[in-house]
Design a protein around this ligand. Structure first.
Ligand code: GUN
Length: 291
């Protein structure tokens, strides 16, 4: 079994981006990070994004509206950022607290600043195989990790667990694309799928993105498969100072001896998501410079 080291691969992408940012004339790229509320996972993700941006000389602007912000006020804030010529990318950290309408907010972000790739136009471009838009960071991270680990999806059965807008649907579309590294035969499984284990057992490449700790057990995977674990779940652990630990959707200890390649949690897909966000932000800056 080979461990796919997302940490190391993300570090080299970050280094490549840093060199690229250094060549940008004038204003450095600027990413606006909007976080509403104090969800602990969101707090830590936004911190990580801010820290990585600083490492590569990308400016970040952290905006922390109160949890009581209304839909109209949040939309007005997005409009301001859309109109601000010094902002290249806008990210609204998900999940937004109720009763805010997250999808309406994602769609409010100008498509040319939508570094999260959640806008209808950018998701549509993924479906149309038009690379001029922004691809969502986690799905892009999965594809980049596969490419840099010499996993070609051509002729392979790719099974995606989960149909979310943030991961499941876009990663399935990317794996399906008619281009080098992709061309997979894709099955998407979800909460209404019957005989799930029969399907996952046929996967040459299994991508799990359902947010259920240790959901995929050893009996569910084909010997020699490639396993991409997108899940980041906090489970109680009394032996840790924090009282919890991060685990994926895959039962790593049981599954890893059986497979050819697997991503760990943490240190697998997580750092790749941040690296792809930076890549999209640099792209947004360059598109604004030339567009
Ligand atoms: N929450 C979990 N993943 C993501 C992501 O990629 N982008 C945003 N904005 N929120 C998230």
């Amino acid at each position: 079994m080979e461990l796919i080291k997302g940490n190391e691969i993300a570090t080299s992408i970050i280094a490549e981006l840093k060199a690229e940012v250094a060549t940008i004339e004038g204003r450095k790229p600027c990413l606006a990070l909007v976080r509403v509320g104090e969800d602990p996972a969101s707090v830590s993700y936004v911190k990580k994004k801010e820290k990585t941006a600083a490492e590569i000389d990308v400016d970040s602007r952290i905006i922390l509206p109160p949890v009581t912000i209304s839909q109209a006020e949040l939309e007005a804030l997005i409009d301001e950022l859309n109109a601000d010529e010094t902002v290249d990318g806008i990210l609204v950290q998900s999940p937004l607290p109720a009763p805010l309408d997250e999808l309406a907010i994602f769609r409010r972000v100008s498509p040319d600043k939508d570094v999260d790739g959640f806008h209808t136009i950018n998701l549509g471009k993924v479906a149309q195989e038009d690379s001029s838009g922004f691809v969502s960071c986690t799905p892009a991270g999965v594809m980049e990790l596969l490419a840099r680990s010499d996993v070609d999806l051509r002729g392979k059965h790719v099974v995606v667990l989960g149909r979310s807008l943030i991961v499941g649907k876009p990663v399935a579309l990317l794996a399906l694309q008619k281009k080098a590294g992709a061309n997979g035969t894709v099955t998407i499984c979800h909460s209404a799928t019957t005989n799930l284990a029969q399907i996952t057992q046929m996967a040459d490449v299994l991508i799990a993105a359902i947010g259920r700790p240790h959901f995929v057990t050893a009996d569910m995977v084909k010997p020699g498969a490639v396993i991409i674990d997108v899940g980041i779940n906090r489970i109680p652990d009394a032996t840790r100072k924090s009282g919890n630990r991060l685990v994926g959707d895959i039962d790593f200890d049981a599954v890893s001896p059986k497979v050819s390649k697997i991503t760990p949690v943490p240190g697998g897909i997580g750092p790749m998501t941040v690296a792809m966000l930076m890549k999209n932000t640099v792209k947004a800056r360059q598109l604004r410079a030339t567009g």
